[in-house]
Design a binder for this molecule. Structure first.
Ligand code: OSB
Ligand code: MG
Length: 378
């Protein structure tokens, strides 16, 4: 039985501002979810959001609104009538609310973690992850003033650190063919390289995008708008480089649609963006059964969301290095101790620990909390 929920809005600054085609992110601005049962066990989840609706329409304020005014009242009814069971049914409680996958998915995550705590097993065991470590890459933002030397420095450091692939953020015309040409000239054709446009182009840019084929990229992530599966399909027909979808995939249903009209050859799975752990697991399985590649993305999460990403990436279906470069690359001090760290491009997955398998730094969490609310069910 659930006893209470504590929501905390936190602000954790990034070591460096992260520039993407649509703008910049300077902080993690998540809502941390803590579900507490009658025995006093806690399950934590993270809803990674931003102040402005730029990566997606959800924001920290809409997340709080949807939780406070719609999700918690629905949950309260279920708790009162003792209808709470497994994490999949828990997620279904929120079906009457349209959209808001990140908020719903991050909230449901806490219930999965609580279940693992109650069963005294690791979250990885609940979702069937087998790998003991996962290969990771790094995602490099657009350098200040499009400085090529800064990019070279970051790429050299990343290769020395052993990352399994480099992803660079691109922006139409000002930062796409120029850095790619420079990188291929400096590092040769064997550098495992991909790009992420965060939806910056339109189908009108088809001829320009075809120029990217010459750079031997592993894939191009989200070239066109988030809601444009149809034009991604038209573009994929003309491109040799595989398209990977990120923003366009907000559910298992989106995955099937993208598959049927051939919008992509790969999917970046972000657990909250697709509506939670259950959908993320279904998507990975579907990809593997239908010869679509998949890998784990990130949204600059703290160690809480980062650990959940890691357990998902430890499933056999994931077949490319993930974006989980380590929370020590994002924050000076994370809220878990130790932070998630990559060693030579591999991150260890805890095996026999309970729940998320990490120590939360509760004092640090208190310090970075800007808003807190407790909801009791009894
Ligand atoms: O598009 O994958 C993206 C970060 C914030 C929002 C969107 C994206 C990203 C990243 C960062 O690429 C990946 C990471 O290091 O977590
Ligand atoms: Mg992306």
């Amino acid at each position: 039985m659930l006893n209470k929920v504590i929501l905390r809005e936190v602000r954790l600054p990034l070591i460096e501002p992260f520039y993407m085609s649509f703008g910049v992110q300077t902080h993690n601005e998540s809502i941390l979810v803590e579900l507490i049962d009658e025995e006093g066990l806690s399950g934590w989840g993270e809803i990674p959001l931003t102040y402005d609706p730029s990566y997606c329409y959800e924001t920290t304020m809409t997340g709080w609104h949807i939780l406070n005014d719609f999700m918690l009242p629905l949950l309260k009814k279920k708790v009162k009538s003792r209808e709470l069971t497994d994490p999949i049914k828990f997620q279904q409680i929120f079906h009457p609310i349209r959209g808001h996958p990140i908020t719903k998915g991050g909230f449901g995550m806490a219930y999965w973690v609580l279940k693992a705590e109650q069963q005294n097993c690791s979250l990885g065991k609940l979702i069937g992850s087998k790998r003991t470590s996962v290969p990771v890459g790094i995602s490099l933002g657009i350098p200040n003033n499009n400085d090529i030397n800064q990019l070279f420095e970051e790429v050299t450091d990343s290769m020395n650190a052993g990352y399994k692939r480099i992803k660079i953020k691109i922006k139409p015309y000002s930062w796409d063919t120029i850095p790619l040409e420079a990188l291929r000239k400096e590092y040769g054709d064997n550098l495992p390289l991909m790009v992420d446009a965060n939806g910056g182009y339109t189908i009108e840019d088809m001829n320009h995008l075809k120029k990217l084929d010459q750079f031997n990229l592993m894939m191009i992530e989200q070239p066109l708008a988030f809601n444009d599966l149809v034009n991604h399909s038209r573009l994929q027909k003309e491109l040799k480089t595989p398209i990977c979808l990120d923003e366009s995939i907000t559910s298992f249903a989106d995955t099937k649609r993208a598959y049927h009209i051939k919008s992509c050859q790969c999917i970046n799975i972000k657990v909250t963006r697709v509506g939670g752990i259950a959908d993320a697991v279904k998507i990975a399985k579907f990809c593997s059964e239908n010869q679509i590649g998949c890998w784990g993305g990130g949204m600059l999460e703290t160690g809480i969301g980062g650990m959940v990403n890691l357990f998902l990436e430890a499933q056999d279906e994931y077949n490319y290095p993930s974006d989980s470069s380590g929370s020590d690359t994002l924050f000076l001090q994370d809220i878990i101790d130790p932070p998630i760290q990559s060693i030579n491009g591999m991150v260890n997955v805890p095996q026999n620990s309970v729940g998320l398998g990490i120590e939360l730094d509760l004092e640090r969490i208190e310090k970075i909390t800007v808003k807190k609310k407790e909801f009791r069910f009894n």
